[in-house]
Design a protein. Structure first.
Lengths: 114, 235
C-alpha cells in the first residue's frame, strides 16, 4: 500500500526532527531515509520538504550549513538545535496521546494493534 | 548542469517567492536535490531524459511548493533583517570613526592646512621635547607667517586626559634672541588620546632668529630654543 503524502502539515515536524536528532542531513537524504524507514509506504512530494525545513529553521528548531562533498557538490545540511530537541519531545508526547486515542476509538477500548 | 526541464521547474517555484534575495539559496538547494534524484534513477538504469522527468515529477506541484516557500521567506521579515544588518554595519562604522577621530588620525594635518591659507614665510619640521607634569610634549613644526604670526605645532598623547589633564595653554615665558618678550599667545588643538595643537605667537619680531621658551613654574623648569632662520626672504 502506498500513501501519497504531502509533507506540509501534520506529523511531518515529528518525523523530520526525529531523523535530525540522529544525524545532520540534507534534504535529499531526509527523503530517502523517510522512504526507507517507512518501507516505501510514504510516497513523498519531495519538493514540499523544503518549505517545512525552512519553517523549522525560522522557528529555531534547526540550523543549516553548507558542506562540500568529495565530489565537489555543495549541499545544505540541517542540524537540530536545543530548542528543536525540546520541541521533538513535545511532539512525541502529543503523537503518543493521539495514536493512543485513535486506537481506543477504532478498537473500542480493546488493544487492537498490540 | 541541469537541463532546461529542471530549470523551468525551479523557475516556476521561485516565481512564487517574493523576497528575491532568498531565491539564490533556494535555487541551489533544489538544483542539488534534483541532480541527486536524477543520479538515483540513472543508477537504476533509466536514460537521463527519463530519469530527469521522473525526478521533476517526484518533486510535486510548483505552485504548492512555491506558495509555501513564500510564507517562510516573508518579504517584511526579510527586509527587516536586511535593514537591521545595515544599521548594525552603520553603527560599527560610526564607532570606528569615533575611535579614529579620538586617536587624531583623521585630522592630523588639519591644523597645518588651516594656516596654509595665508602666506608662509618660513616653515620647518622640528623634533623637540618638553616635559610638563607627566606629559611629554613633542614640538613637531614651526611656521612663520607673513603677518608676523609664529606657529609652533605640538603633539602629545596621554591616557588620563579625563583625569588631571589640563590644556597646555601656558608655555612659559616667550622671548627671542633680540630680547623681545611676547605675551600675546593663542592656541588651538584637537584633543584625543593623541592631541595635536598649535601655539600662535603674534607679531613675532622680524629681526629675531631664535624663539626661546622659558618655563619656571611649580618647581618645573625648562628652556628651549627654536631657531628661526628666515634669511633674506623675510624683510
Amino acid at each position: 500500500m502506498e500513501i501519497d503524502k504531502g509533507l506540509i502539515g501534520g506529523s511531518t515536524v515529528l518525523l523530520l526532527l526525529s531523523l535530525l536528532e540522529e544525524s545532520d542531513l540534507y534534504g535529499y537524504e531526509i527523503i530517502r531515509k523517510l522512504e526507507q524507514r517507512s518501507d516505501n509506504t510514504f510516497k513523498f512530494k519531495e519538493g514540499t520538504l523544503y518549505p517545512v525545513l525552512h519553517k523549522l529553521e525560522n522557528k529555531g528548531y534547526v540550523k543549516s550549513y553548507l558542506l562540500k562533498a568529495d565530489s565537489g557538490k555543495e549541499r545544505k545540511y540541517y542540524k537540530i538545535t536545543n530548542n528543536g530537541k525540546k520541541q521533538l519531545a513535545e511532539e512525541k508526547e502529543k503523537w503518543e496521546l493521539f495514536s493512543l486515542s485513535v486506537n481506543k476509538v477504532i478498537g473500542g477500548g480493546i488493544h487492537a494493534f498490540s | 548542469m541541469l537541463s532546461p526541464n529542471s530549470e523551468i521547474f525551479i523557475k516556476e517555484v521561485l516565481s512564487y517567492v517574493k523576497f528575491t534575495f532568498d531565491r539564490k539559496d533556494i535555487r541551489k538547494e533544489f538544483e542539488a536535490h534534483i541532480s541527486d534524484k536524477i543520479e538515483y534513477y540513472t543508477d537504476m538504469g533509466y536514460e537521463l531524459e527519463e530519469a530527469e522527468q521522473r525526478s521533476i515529477q517526484d518533486m510535486g506541484d510548483t505552485k504548492e511548493i512555491g506558495t509555501e516557500l513564500n510564507k517562510q521567506h516573508n518579504p517584511v521579515l526579510g527586509w527587516l533583517w536586511r535593514i537591521t544588518n545595515a544599521i548594525a554595519i552603520l553603527l560599527f562604522m560610526l564607532f570606528c570613526y569615533i575611535i579614529f577621530v579620538s586617536l587624531g588620525l583623521f585630522f592630523s594635518s588639519d591644523l597645518l592646512e588651516t594656516v596654509k591659507n595665508s602666506e608662509i614665510v618660513y616653515q620647518r619640521d622640528i623634533d623637540k621635547r618638553i616635559m610638563i607634569d607627566d606629559v611629554e610634549i613633542r614640538l613637531t613644526n614651526v611656521m612663520l607667517e607673513e603677518n608676523g604670526d609664529l606657529n609652533i605645532f605640538y603633539r602629545y598623547y596621554t591616557f588620563n586626559r579625563w583625569g588631571n589633564g589640563g590644556s597646555f595653554g601656558y608655555l612659559g615665558t616667550i622671548t627671542d634672541d633680540q630680547g623681545n618678550n611676547y605675551t600675546s599667545l593663542s592656541g588651538a588643538s584637537h584633543e584625543g588620546i593623541i592631541t595635536e595643537g598649535v601655539w600662535t605667537i603674534t607679531d613675532f619680531s622680524k629681526d629675531a632668529n631664535t624663539v626661546i621658551l622659558t618655563y619656571d613654574r611649580y618647581n618645573r623648569k625648562y628652556q628651549l630654543e627654536i631657531p628661526i632662520e628666515v634669511g633674506g626672504a623675510y624683510e
